[in-house]
Ligand binder design. Structure first.
Ligand code: UDP
Ligand code: MG
Length: 309
Protein backbone atom coordinates (compact mmCIF):
# COMPACT_ATOMS: atom_id res chain seq x y z
CA UNK A 1 0.00 0.00 0.00
CA UNK A 2 1.53 3.28 -1.17
CA UNK A 3 0.35 6.61 0.17
CA UNK A 4 1.60 10.01 -0.94
CA UNK A 5 1.53 12.96 1.42
CA UNK A 6 1.25 16.01 -0.81
CA UNK A 7 2.50 19.29 0.61
CA UNK A 8 2.20 22.52 -1.39
CA UNK A 9 4.87 25.00 -0.35
CA UNK A 10 5.18 28.65 -1.18
CA UNK A 11 8.06 30.43 0.52
CA UNK A 12 7.94 28.02 3.44
CA UNK A 13 11.64 28.14 4.26
CA UNK A 14 11.11 29.09 7.93
CA UNK A 15 8.92 26.08 8.67
CA UNK A 16 9.99 23.39 6.24
CA UNK A 17 12.63 21.76 8.43
CA UNK A 18 10.15 21.20 11.25
CA UNK A 19 7.49 20.02 8.80
CA UNK A 20 9.86 17.54 7.24
CA UNK A 21 10.90 16.10 10.60
CA UNK A 22 7.28 15.72 11.70
CA UNK A 23 6.16 14.16 8.42
CA UNK A 24 9.11 11.74 8.41
CA UNK A 25 8.12 10.50 11.83
CA UNK A 26 4.56 10.11 10.57
CA UNK A 27 5.86 7.99 7.67
CA UNK A 28 7.87 5.90 10.09
CA UNK A 29 4.85 5.33 12.28
CA UNK A 30 2.64 4.53 9.29
CA UNK A 31 5.13 1.87 8.25
CA UNK A 32 5.53 0.23 11.64
CA UNK A 33 1.98 0.51 12.93
CA UNK A 34 -0.17 0.38 9.83
CA UNK A 35 2.12 -1.37 7.34
CA UNK A 36 1.69 1.47 4.89
CA UNK A 37 4.47 2.73 2.68
CA UNK A 38 4.18 6.50 2.79
CA UNK A 39 6.09 9.06 0.77
CA UNK A 40 6.22 12.80 1.04
CA UNK A 41 5.83 14.93 -2.07
CA UNK A 42 6.60 18.61 -1.71
CA UNK A 43 5.30 20.87 -4.44
CA UNK A 44 7.33 24.04 -4.61
CA UNK A 45 4.89 26.60 -5.94
CA UNK A 46 7.45 28.93 -7.51
CA UNK A 47 8.93 30.05 -4.20
CA UNK A 48 11.37 32.92 -4.24
CA UNK A 49 13.23 31.80 -1.13
CA UNK A 50 15.32 28.64 -0.72
CA UNK A 51 12.36 26.27 -0.32
CA UNK A 52 13.42 24.19 -3.32
CA UNK A 53 17.01 23.83 -2.06
CA UNK A 54 15.65 22.49 1.21
CA UNK A 55 13.38 20.05 -0.61
CA UNK A 56 16.36 18.81 -2.66
CA UNK A 57 18.43 18.39 0.47
CA UNK A 58 15.69 16.45 2.30
CA UNK A 59 15.15 14.30 -0.77
CA UNK A 60 18.83 13.42 -1.04
CA UNK A 61 18.93 12.54 2.62
CA UNK A 62 15.80 10.44 2.60
CA UNK A 63 14.51 8.20 -0.15
CA UNK A 64 10.88 8.67 0.73
CA UNK A 65 10.96 12.43 0.14
CA UNK A 66 10.39 13.86 -3.32
CA UNK A 67 9.60 17.18 -4.87
CA UNK A 68 8.05 18.92 -7.84
CA UNK A 69 9.25 22.41 -8.62
CA UNK A 70 6.68 24.42 -10.50
CA UNK A 71 7.96 26.95 -13.01
CA UNK A 72 6.06 29.82 -11.42
CA UNK A 73 3.63 30.57 -8.64
CA UNK A 74 0.19 29.22 -9.53
CA UNK A 75 -1.49 29.37 -6.14
CA UNK A 76 -2.30 26.82 -3.46
CA UNK A 77 -5.09 24.99 -5.32
CA UNK A 78 -3.17 24.42 -8.52
CA UNK A 79 0.01 23.51 -6.67
CA UNK A 80 -2.00 20.93 -4.77
CA UNK A 81 -3.51 19.71 -8.03
CA UNK A 82 0.01 19.23 -9.43
CA UNK A 83 0.88 16.99 -6.50
CA UNK A 84 -2.38 15.07 -6.73
CA UNK A 85 -1.80 14.54 -10.47
CA UNK A 86 1.47 12.87 -9.66
CA UNK A 87 -0.07 10.82 -6.88
CA UNK A 88 -2.86 9.57 -9.17
CA UNK A 89 -0.30 7.56 -11.11
CA UNK A 90 2.11 6.67 -8.34
CA UNK A 91 0.11 5.82 -5.22
CA UNK A 92 -2.97 4.15 -3.87
CA UNK A 93 -4.03 7.26 -2.00
CA UNK A 94 -2.96 10.83 -1.44
CA UNK A 95 -3.19 12.96 1.66
CA UNK A 96 -3.02 16.71 1.16
CA UNK A 97 -1.72 18.83 3.99
CA UNK A 98 -0.41 22.39 4.34
CA UNK A 99 3.27 22.99 4.88
CA UNK A 100 2.83 25.07 8.02
CA UNK A 101 1.91 22.25 10.44
CA UNK A 102 -1.45 23.84 11.24
CA UNK A 103 -3.24 20.60 10.53
CA UNK A 104 -2.74 17.92 13.13
CA UNK A 105 -0.55 15.18 11.67
CA UNK A 106 -1.92 12.70 14.21
CA UNK A 107 -5.16 12.80 12.21
CA UNK A 108 -3.27 11.24 9.29
CA UNK A 109 -3.21 7.87 11.08
CA UNK A 110 -6.94 7.99 11.60
CA UNK A 111 -7.42 8.95 7.93
CA UNK A 112 -5.34 6.01 6.81
CA UNK A 113 -7.28 3.71 9.11
CA UNK A 114 -10.56 4.83 7.55
CA UNK A 115 -9.01 4.43 4.09
CA UNK A 116 -7.92 0.88 4.89
CA UNK A 117 -11.48 0.20 6.02
CA UNK A 118 -12.57 1.05 2.49
CA UNK A 119 -13.39 4.75 2.48
CA UNK A 120 -12.43 6.66 -0.65
CA UNK A 121 -12.50 10.16 0.74
CA UNK A 122 -11.61 11.09 4.30
CA UNK A 123 -12.15 14.72 5.25
CA UNK A 124 -10.17 16.43 7.96
CA UNK A 125 -12.61 18.67 9.79
CA UNK A 126 -11.63 21.21 12.43
CA UNK A 127 -13.24 20.59 15.76
CA UNK A 128 -13.16 24.21 16.90
CA UNK A 129 -11.74 27.40 15.56
CA UNK A 130 -10.11 28.49 18.77
CA UNK A 131 -6.82 29.49 17.16
CA UNK A 132 -8.50 31.79 14.66
CA UNK A 133 -9.10 35.47 15.14
CA UNK A 134 -12.69 36.62 15.56
CA UNK A 135 -12.50 38.15 12.10
CA UNK A 136 -11.33 34.97 10.35
CA UNK A 137 -13.92 32.91 12.20
CA UNK A 138 -16.80 35.19 11.28
CA UNK A 139 -15.80 35.61 7.64
CA UNK A 140 -15.31 31.86 7.30
CA UNK A 141 -18.74 31.13 8.79
CA UNK A 142 -20.34 33.73 6.55
CA UNK A 143 -18.68 32.18 3.54
CA UNK A 144 -19.87 28.66 4.37
CA UNK A 145 -23.41 29.92 4.92
CA UNK A 146 -23.39 31.95 1.71
CA UNK A 147 -22.00 29.03 -0.26
CA UNK A 148 -24.64 26.67 1.10
CA UNK A 149 -27.39 29.24 0.61
CA UNK A 150 -26.40 29.51 -3.03
CA UNK A 151 -26.60 25.77 -3.46
CA UNK A 152 -22.89 24.88 -3.29
CA UNK A 153 -22.04 21.89 -1.13
CA UNK A 154 -19.22 22.62 1.27
CA UNK A 155 -18.33 20.84 4.46
CA UNK A 156 -18.14 23.25 7.39
CA UNK A 157 -14.62 23.73 8.72
CA UNK A 158 -13.00 21.48 6.16
CA UNK A 159 -10.18 23.02 4.18
CA UNK A 160 -7.72 21.02 2.13
CA UNK A 161 -6.59 18.46 4.66
CA UNK A 162 -8.00 15.23 3.27
CA UNK A 163 -7.27 11.76 1.97
CA UNK A 164 -8.29 10.69 -1.51
CA UNK A 165 -8.09 7.12 -2.74
CA UNK A 166 -6.76 6.41 -6.19
CA UNK A 167 -10.32 5.87 -7.39
CA UNK A 168 -11.31 9.29 -6.14
CA UNK A 169 -8.16 10.83 -7.62
CA UNK A 170 -8.89 9.29 -10.99
CA UNK A 171 -12.44 10.60 -10.89
CA UNK A 172 -11.15 14.02 -9.90
CA UNK A 173 -8.70 14.08 -12.79
CA UNK A 174 -11.69 13.95 -15.15
CA UNK A 175 -12.67 17.44 -14.00
CA UNK A 176 -11.39 19.81 -16.62
CA UNK A 177 -11.92 23.19 -15.01
CA UNK A 178 -9.00 25.57 -14.62
CA UNK A 179 -10.49 27.57 -11.77
CA UNK A 180 -9.98 25.07 -9.02
CA UNK A 181 -11.95 25.01 -5.81
CA UNK A 182 -10.96 21.60 -4.59
CA UNK A 183 -13.00 21.42 -1.42
CA UNK A 184 -16.13 21.94 -3.50
CA UNK A 185 -15.08 19.67 -6.35
CA UNK A 186 -14.30 16.77 -4.05
CA UNK A 187 -17.77 17.04 -2.52
CA UNK A 188 -19.32 16.30 -5.91
CA UNK A 189 -17.39 13.05 -6.37
CA UNK A 190 -19.56 10.85 -4.24
CA UNK A 191 -17.97 7.56 -3.07
CA UNK A 192 -17.77 6.35 0.51
CA UNK A 193 -16.63 9.16 2.75
CA UNK A 194 -15.60 9.63 6.35
CA UNK A 195 -14.75 12.56 8.58
CA UNK A 196 -11.84 12.84 10.99
CA UNK A 197 -12.00 15.61 13.57
CA UNK A 198 -8.87 17.46 14.60
CA UNK A 199 -7.78 20.66 16.30
CA UNK A 200 -6.12 23.17 14.05
CA UNK A 201 -3.05 24.81 15.50
CA UNK A 202 -1.35 28.11 14.91
CA UNK A 203 1.00 28.39 11.97
CA UNK A 204 4.34 27.09 13.29
CA UNK A 205 6.56 29.60 11.49
CA UNK A 206 6.47 32.00 8.57
CA UNK A 207 3.35 33.91 7.69
CA UNK A 208 0.02 33.22 6.06
CA UNK A 209 0.03 33.27 2.27
CA UNK A 210 -3.67 34.10 2.29
CA UNK A 211 -4.08 37.79 3.05
CA UNK A 212 -7.62 39.22 3.03
CA UNK A 213 -7.58 40.09 -0.69
CA UNK A 214 -6.64 36.55 -1.72
CA UNK A 215 -9.18 35.12 0.73
CA UNK A 216 -11.99 37.16 -0.83
CA UNK A 217 -11.01 36.25 -4.36
CA UNK A 218 -10.84 32.58 -3.33
CA UNK A 219 -14.35 32.89 -1.88
CA UNK A 220 -15.68 34.55 -5.04
CA UNK A 221 -14.00 31.83 -7.10
CA UNK A 222 -15.68 29.20 -4.96
CA UNK A 223 -19.11 30.72 -5.34
CA UNK A 224 -18.90 31.43 -9.06
CA UNK A 225 -17.52 27.95 -9.79
CA UNK A 226 -20.36 26.25 -7.99
CA UNK A 227 -23.46 28.33 -8.37
CA UNK A 228 -25.13 30.45 -11.02
CA UNK A 229 -27.81 31.58 -8.64
CA UNK A 230 -26.38 35.11 -8.31
CA UNK A 231 -27.38 35.57 -11.96
CA UNK A 232 -30.93 34.53 -11.22
CA UNK A 233 -31.06 36.87 -8.23
CA UNK A 234 -30.18 39.74 -10.57
CA UNK A 235 -33.30 38.93 -12.57
CA UNK A 236 -35.39 38.90 -9.39
CA UNK A 237 -33.90 42.22 -8.34
CA UNK A 238 -34.77 43.70 -11.75
CA UNK A 239 -38.34 42.45 -11.39
CA UNK A 240 -38.66 44.01 -7.95
CA UNK A 241 -37.41 47.37 -9.28
CA UNK A 242 -39.85 47.12 -12.16
CA UNK A 243 -42.78 46.61 -9.83
CA UNK A 244 -41.71 49.51 -7.65
CA UNK A 245 -41.35 51.78 -10.67
CA UNK A 246 -44.73 50.63 -11.95
CA UNK A 247 -46.29 51.71 -8.66
CA UNK A 248 -44.47 55.04 -8.92
CA UNK A 249 -45.77 55.56 -12.47
CA UNK A 250 -49.36 54.90 -11.40
CA UNK A 251 -48.92 57.28 -8.49
CA UNK A 252 -47.52 59.97 -10.81
CA UNK A 253 -50.44 59.59 -13.21
CA UNK A 254 -53.00 59.80 -10.38
CA UNK A 255 -51.30 62.89 -8.97
CA UNK A 256 -51.18 64.45 -12.44
CA UNK A 257 -54.91 63.74 -13.00
CA UNK A 258 -55.62 65.61 -9.77
CA UNK A 259 -53.85 68.59 -11.25
CA UNK A 260 -50.74 68.40 -9.04
CA UNK A 261 -47.11 67.42 -9.77
CA UNK A 262 -44.61 65.51 -7.65
CA UNK A 263 -42.15 67.95 -6.17
CA UNK A 264 -38.42 68.03 -5.90
CA UNK A 265 -35.25 66.61 -7.37
CA UNK A 266 -34.30 64.55 -4.38
CA UNK A 267 -36.45 61.56 -5.19
CA UNK A 268 -35.24 61.67 -8.79
CA UNK A 269 -31.55 61.82 -7.92
CA UNK A 270 -31.72 59.22 -5.18
CA UNK A 271 -33.55 56.71 -7.31
CA UNK A 272 -31.26 57.40 -10.27
CA UNK A 273 -28.12 56.81 -8.24
CA UNK A 274 -29.56 53.80 -6.54
CA UNK A 275 -30.57 52.11 -9.77
CA UNK A 276 -27.21 53.11 -11.32
CA UNK A 277 -25.40 51.38 -8.46
CA UNK A 278 -27.61 48.32 -8.71
CA UNK A 279 -26.94 48.06 -12.46
CA UNK A 280 -23.19 48.29 -11.93
CA UNK A 281 -23.29 45.57 -9.28
CA UNK A 282 -25.34 43.39 -11.61
CA UNK A 283 -22.85 43.97 -14.42
CA UNK A 284 -20.03 43.11 -12.06
CA UNK A 285 -21.66 39.81 -11.14
CA UNK A 286 -22.24 38.95 -14.79
CA UNK A 287 -18.66 40.04 -15.48
CA UNK A 288 -17.37 37.54 -12.92
CA UNK A 289 -18.99 34.73 -14.84
CA UNK A 290 -17.88 36.06 -18.22
CA UNK A 291 -14.33 36.32 -16.89
CA UNK A 292 -14.58 32.76 -15.67
CA UNK A 293 -15.74 31.55 -19.08
CA UNK A 294 -12.87 33.49 -20.67
CA UNK A 295 -10.24 31.89 -18.49
CA UNK A 296 -11.79 28.45 -18.90
CA UNK A 297 -11.98 28.48 -22.70
CA UNK A 298 -8.31 29.37 -22.99
CA UNK A 299 -7.51 25.95 -21.53
CA UNK A 300 -4.10 27.01 -20.33
CA UNK A 301 -2.20 24.41 -18.33
CA UNK A 302 -2.94 24.46 -14.63
CA UNK A 303 0.75 24.32 -13.79
CA UNK A 304 4.12 23.84 -15.44
CA UNK A 305 6.75 21.60 -13.87
CA UNK A 306 10.29 22.87 -14.00
CA UNK A 307 12.11 20.13 -12.08
CA UNK A 308 11.38 16.96 -10.19
CA UNK A 309 13.38 15.06 -7.63
N1 UDP B 1 0.54 27.96 -0.78
C1 UDP B 1 0.95 27.66 -2.08
N2 UDP B 1 0.89 28.64 -3.03
C2 UDP B 1 0.42 29.89 -2.76
C3 UDP B 1 -0.03 30.17 -1.44
C4 UDP B 1 0.04 29.18 -0.48
O1 UDP B 1 1.37 26.54 -2.35
O2 UDP B 1 0.40 30.72 -3.67
C5 UDP B 1 0.60 26.90 0.25
C6 UDP B 1 1.33 27.30 1.51
O3 UDP B 1 2.71 27.09 1.39
C7 UDP B 1 0.71 26.39 2.54
C8 UDP B 1 -0.73 26.25 2.05
O4 UDP B 1 -0.71 26.65 0.68
O5 UDP B 1 1.29 25.11 2.56
C9 UDP B 1 -1.71 27.07 2.83
O6 UDP B 1 -1.28 28.41 2.93
P1 UDP B 1 -1.30 29.22 4.29
O7 UDP B 1 -0.93 28.34 5.43
O8 UDP B 1 -0.45 30.44 4.12
O9 UDP B 1 -2.83 29.62 4.36
P2 UDP B 1 -3.72 29.82 5.70
O10 UDP B 1 -3.51 28.59 6.54
O11 UDP B 1 -3.22 31.05 6.34
O12 UDP B 1 -5.11 29.94 5.17
MG1 MG C 1 -1.81 27.85 7.14
Amino acid sequence: MQIAIVVPCYNEEPVLFATNEVLLSVCEKLKTEQAVDARILYVDDGSSDSTWNLIEAYSQKNGCVGGLKLAHNVGHQRALWAGLDWATYHSDAAISIDADLQDDVEAIHEMVRRFLEGKDIVYGVRRARKTDTWFKRTTAQTFYKLMRGLGGDVLYNHADFRLLSRRALEALSEYSERNLFLRGMVRTLGFQTAVVLYDRKERQAGESKYPLGKMISFAVDGITSFSVRPLRYITYLGLIFMFISLAAIIYAIVVYAEGRTIQGWTSLLVSLWFIGGAILVALGVIGEYVGKIYSEVKRRPRYIVEKTI
